[in-house]
Every structure is written in structure tokens, then in C-alpha cells.
Design a protein around this ligand. Structure first.
Ligand code: FAD
Length: 485
């Protein structure tokens, strides 16, 4: 049965209202936050229970139909782009917070729960959920798990993977599988670790158990303005070198500040070549002591103005500019690419200088907004699609920036994932053998290669896929240590 025939079966299984086949409705789901890739799915389903997800996956597998999971569709790497002959499984009706368990510092969530709602539910108990992507008002926990999402406060508290204790998933053979749970450190292979960040290729999470953190006693935030990104970078190195780990250190360069001012009038100090937002949290006495040290390091690194947030309202004003930055560049450029790469923190000044040179050589502007503490860059490559040749130049520059990240010992994505967009860059980081070995893991979960096919890996060769290029057996296969199903 093809996917169009399958729609009738799905209607019987999960109800008419939860199956969409009308073209106008399907088009709502044709892309994620990276709108350059658009594919209209054949069928969209909106299951209301784990059993319904399972029924859909089983029907897909039985009929050899590919499927893609979608949370809120805010991904920036094309991970949730549908398959034209496949089923898109949207989790937006799976939004129940199943349990908040303050005694065990855990919460159990359906995958469509919005990130910020976890903190809202935990706050009355004195807890919060630490990973805070800038999209936290709309992105889903399932998407966060699949992308191993980060955020401003991941410097001190770690990425999603450090906060996910367990996942119940519908495996690509339609079985319910529990990885991890409320108790820490189960024996055996860390399959939960493999699942977090697997971008929908190893199955669909239908229940997620997360760690809750105690809300800090004190939070203090400063905004420091510098003449250049070099000076701001020196302050970052000095702060962390002194053993202070802020909850967040975010940097914006002059172009990013200009965009944020135009969009949200954040009123940052005039004439700044770079601003840092530094936030400390924890026990009040520790925060006071470390805050003084941070201020001193900023002064030593030639900050020309330091503002300290007097209250929550002023803190929110500091963050407003930063949080709006991606969308804000739309004010200063008709088109832009949000790039995402990571480098060792100490390489920041040199990489920023080299990026400036690449940008000047091509005549394409780059605004920089980034999680400076952990070296996660978000260069915003600005261009005008209406000007002939600019789009190609911007894309080439965007790729050259990733090469730079690799050259300095970093990687092609810090937090936005590989998805469809960066699959072609994977061979720049990994050898063919590396990629084949990763495919062996994928095959163990998804031998039919039906769960989000065409994402993450450039030229699939295993799992019975139609390959672009065969290179014989993998060394592990030859030794009889692994098999291809
Ligand atoms: C303005 C803006 C700011 C952003 N800021 C950040 C940031 O600071 N940090 C950051 O890390 N990201 C950021 N992002 C990117 C994005 O919000 C995250 O990647 C987020 O985790 C995606 O969640 P989603 O629900 O929208 O997932 P989607 O885009 O719907 O899907 C993302 C991937 O997850 C898979 N998936 C979704 N649900 C499931 C499930 N239940 N089981 C298995 N796989 C699933 C999909 O197949 C896809 O591969 C930002 C995006 C925007 C638009």
C-alpha cells in the first residue's frame, strides 16, 4: 500500500480529525525554522496518545512508508522537513505534563510539552528546568531531546543530554522501549545518550523524564560594553580562567547590536564594538563574591561601561536584545543565514578575526551573536537574494565558516543539529569509516531506514538503502563484529 492508501488505514486507527491530507493543510508543515528547504508531506498525523504514535509507526513500517517526527517546527537545520511520500507525525497534541515530582527532582513530560512550560510547572515547588534555548517559549521537549538543544545557561548546567533521565520511545519497529528512567545511571550501554541528539533517526520519543534544578537563591546580571570583540573575548577568558563559571556569558558584536537596537530598542551602550551579558547564580554569598571578580575582569579587559541589573525588569531588558538577535537581523538585511558552529573558547579572538577577513574578502557582512562561554558561535550571514550572485556567495561563506570551526578543533554544529542542511558537511569532520560506523548504530534501531531518512548522514550506504557509492564491507563487518541487517 502506498502512503495515500495508508491514509485511510490511519484514519481508522487514530481518528479522522487526526489525519490531514488536504493540500492547503499539509503545506503548513512543509518546513521548519530553516525555510529554504520545503517539502509537502503526503500525510500529516496528530496523534493524541503514545498508542496512536505506535499504531502510526507500525502501519508505516508494515507498508515501507517513511515517517518524520515534528515537534514545534522551530529547528534550524531542516531536521523536521517532511518526506514527500511519507507521514509527518506531529506531537503538538501530546502536551501533557504527566508528573512533577519535586522530591526526586524529576518531571515526566509528553514530547509536545513546550520547554518553558516545564519551568512554569516546576516553579511553585522551587524548581526549574535548566536547558533554555532562545526558542523556549515555543519549542518542544521532544525536539529538544532530538537536537540535544542548548541555550544561554548551558555553560554552567550542561545541554539537554545532562538533564534527560529517561525516554520512552516508539522504536522504528513499532515497539515501546524505555531507556533510562527516574533513577540515575542504569547499567549497560548508554543508549539514552545515543538517543539524545539522534534527530529523529532512532525512533520517536513519547515520554521524557527530565531533571529539575533547585531555583537559585540569588541571580545577578551585568552588561559590559567593550571597544572590540577582542577585548570582550579577553574578559571571557579571564573570568573562566579565574575559575568562575557563570550561568551564562553571551556576546554580541557591533552589527548584532545594531540589529537588536533597530528591532527592540534594547538601549545598549552606544559605540560598543561588543557587549557581554554575564549572569551568575547560586548561593547569595558565592554570587556576591564572584560578581565582584567578574566586574574586575571586565574592567581589566577595558570595558568602557558596565551596567548591573538592579531588578528582574532590568535583567529582562538586558536579555531582550540578545534573545531577539536572530530575528532582529531581518531589520538590517533582507535575507540571512543563521550559522551554528563551535570552537574551543580560547580560539574565539582568532576565529572572529579570520571570520572578519573571510567576510571582507567576499563583501558579505556577518553579525555575531554567541554563547561565548562555551565557544558556540552563531554567525548571521547577511545577504540580499535580489542581488545576483549574493545568495551563492553567502552560502559559500557560511560553509567556509564551518571549515574554520573544524580547523580550530571545533565542529559543524554547536546546538542546532545536522538535519538536512549540514548532512553534506559531515564528511568534512568524519571519515567514511566513521560515518559507516555511525550507520551501524542507526541500523540497530532502524534497519528499514524509515525513521527520518535523508537526514544527518550524507550518502547512506547501509541498512538496505540505495547507496550513492559502495566501498565494500565495513571493517567491523569483515571481522564478524557487526552485521548489516
Ligand atoms: C528564534 C530561534 C532561536 C533558537 N535558539 C536556540 C537555542 O538557543 N539553542 C538551541 O539549541 N536551539 C535553538 N533553536 C533551534 C530549535 O528551537 C531547537 O532545535 C529545538 O529543540 C527544536 O524543537 P522543535 O520542537 O521545534 O523541534 P522540530 O523542529 O519540530 O524538530 C527538530 C528535530 O527533532 C525531531 N523530533 C521532534 N520531536 C521528536 C520526538 N518526539 N521524537 C524524536 N524526534 C523528534 C524532528 O524529527 C527533527 O529532526 C532556535 C530556533 C529559533 C527559531
Amino acid at each position: 500500500m502506498d502512503v495515500h492508501g495508508l491514509a485511510a488505514t490511519l484514519r481508522a486507527e487514530i481518528g479522522d480529525a487526526n489525519v490531514l491530507t488536504d493540500r492547503a493543510q499539509l503545506r503548513t508543515y512543509e518546513c521548519d525554522g530553516l525555510a529554504v528547504y520545503k517539502v509537502t508531506p503526503a500525510v500529516v498525523v496528530l496523534p493524541e496518545t503514545t498508542d496512536q504514535v505506535r499504531a502510526v509507526v507500525r502501519s508505516c513500517v508494515k507498508n515501507g512508508v517513511p515517517y518524520v517526527a515534528r515537534g514545534s517546527g522551530t529547528g534550524l537545520s531542516g531536521g523536521a522537513v517532511p518526506h514527500a511520500d511519507g507521514v509527518l507525525i506531529v506531537t503538538s497534541k501530546l502536551r501533557e505534563i504527566l508528573e512533577v515530582d519535586p522530591d526526586n527532582q524529576r518531571a515526566v513530560l509528553e514530547p509536545g510539552v513546550i520547554n518553558l512550560d516545564v519551568t512554569r510547572a516546576a516553579a511553585p515547588h522551587g524548581y526549574y528546568y535548566a536547558p533554555d534555548p532562545s526558542s523556549q517559549q515555543i519549542c518542544s521537549i521532544g525536539g529538544n531531546v532530538a537536537e540535544n538543544s542548548g541555550g544561554a545557561h548551558c555553560l554552567k548546567y550542561g545541554f539537554t543530554t545532562n538533564h534527560v533521565m529517561g525516554v520512552r520511545l516508539v522504536s522504528p519497529d513499532g515497539e515501546l522501549v524505555d531507556l533510562g528512567g527516574k533513577a540515575p545511571d542504569p547499567p549497560g550501554y548508554d543508549l539514552l545518550g545515543a538517543f539524545v541528539g539522534s534527530e529523529g533517526t532512532l525512533g520517536i520519543a513519547t515520554e521524557v523524564t527530565v531533571r529539575l534544578m533547585r531555583a537559585p537563591e540569588s541571580v545577578r546580571t551585568l552588561l559590559a560594553a567593550f571597544g572590540s570583540t577582542d577585548d570582550a573575548g579577553a574578559a571571557v577568558s579571564a573570568i573562566i580562567g579565574a575559575g568562575v563559571i557563570p550561568a551564562a556569558i553571551e556576546m554580541m558584536d557591533a552589527l548584532a547590536i545594531e540589529a537588536a537596537e533597530a528591532a527592540v530598542q534594547c538601549d545598549y551602550p552606544q559605540g560598543a564594538g561588543a557587549v557581554l551579558i554575564v549572569e551568575l547564580d547560586g548561593p547569595a554569598s558565592e554570587v556576591e563574591e564572584e560578581f565582584d571578580a567578574v566586574e574586575q575582569h571586565c574592567n581589566t579587559a577595558k570595558a568602557f561601561e558596565i551596567r548591573i541589573a538592579a531588578d528582574d525588569a532590568e535583567r529582562a531588558r538586558f536579555w531582550k536584545g540578545r534573545r531577539s538577535a536572530f530575528a532582529a537581523v531581518g531589520r538590517i538585511s533582507p535575507d540571512y543565514i543563521v550559522q551554528d558552529g563551535v570552537i574551543p573558547r580560547t580560539a574565539l579572538p582568532e576565529v572572529l578575526r579570520r571570520m572578519g577577513e573571510l567576510s571582507a574578502e567576499r563583501g558579505i557582512r556577518v553579525a555575531n551573536v554567541f554563547h561565548a562561554g562555551d565557544g558556540n558561535l552563531h554567525p548571521l550571514v547577511l545577504f540580499d537574494d535580489a542581488v545576483e550572485g549574493e545568495t551563492e556567495k553567502a552560502e559559500e561563506l557560511s560553509g567556509a565558516i564551518l571549515d574554520l570551526c573544524i580547523e580550530y578543533g571545533g565542529s559543524i554544529t554547536g546546538e542546532h543539529g545536522v538535519g538536512m542542511d549540514k548532512a553534506r558537511h559531515m564528511p568534512r569532520m568524519y571519515t567514511d569509516d566513521d560515518l559507516d560506523t555511525m550507520q551501524l548504530l542507526r541500523c540497530a534501531f532502524d534497519p528499514g531506514h524509515l525513521s527520518n531518512p535523508g537526514k544527518v548522514f550524507p550518502t547512506p550506504r547501509l541498512c538496505g538503502e540505495v547507496p550513492g557509492r559502495h566501498r565494500g564491507s565495513h571493517p567491523l563487518q569483515e571481522q564478524g563484529l557487526a552485521e548489516v541487517f
